[in-house]
Design a protein around this ligand. Structure first.
Ligand code: PNS
Length: 162
């Protein structure tokens, strides 16, 4: 059975992520969407919130499992015995960071292959950062994230009094 991992911060998940997930789930029998920690990011949602929101957003997909991991991505891959990691590329600006990440991961574990899917153009400008910024200023983000994500952002903003 062909398996792959789609890792990310998912703070929160957007239709851009879901675009990649849908397409990867067609290529692989089983796709593990794993919520991880990016040391360079200060998170808006807690890890538990990110997991729950991601699970809810993907509940209709049959061959997708949502998990979290508190460690190196390559160690998660080894534990799961999965050698394929999927990442999305939206624009050239993503490339440098992704190249660094891919090379570091392959240096840590040469058995891992990182496959890139180009995000469909209609989602190519969407990022979790933009979604949060627009929502904080009262803008409509319903075209960029599922309803449960929009609700969670609005609730969080209300709680934080931003
Ligand atoms: O959605 P993001 O923030 O671009 O995802 C980055 C992520 C979480 C995939 C990356 O930071 C990661 O793999 N973190 C887990 C810890 C790890 O393995 N870091 C070393 C990568 S060289």
């Amino acid at each position: 059975m062909a398996k792959a991992i789609y890792p990310g911060s998912f703070d929160p998940i957007t239709y851009g992520h879901i675009n990649i997930i849908k397409r990867a789930a067609k290529i692989f029998d089983e796709l593990y969407v794993v919520v991880l920690h990016n040391i360079n990011k200060k998170y808006f949602f807690s890890l538990d919130e990110r997991i729950n929101i991601t699970k809810e957003s993907l509940k209709d997909f049959k061959n997708i499992k949502v998990e979290s991991y508190d460690g190196l991505l390559v160690d998660y891959a080894k534990e799961k015995n999965i050698n394929v990691i999927i990442r999305g590329l939206r624009a050239v600006s993503d490339f440098e960071y992704e190249l660094q990440l891919a090379n570091a991961n392959r240096s840590l574990n040469p058995n891992v292959e990182i496959l890139f899917l180009m995000t469909d153009t209609e989602y190519s400008f969407i990022s979790s950062t933009i979604v949060k910024e627009v929502a904080k200023f009262g803008g409509n983000v319903s075209q960029w994230v599922p309803k449960n994500v929009e609700d969670a952002i609005i609730k969080k903003i209300g709680n934080n009094n931003v």
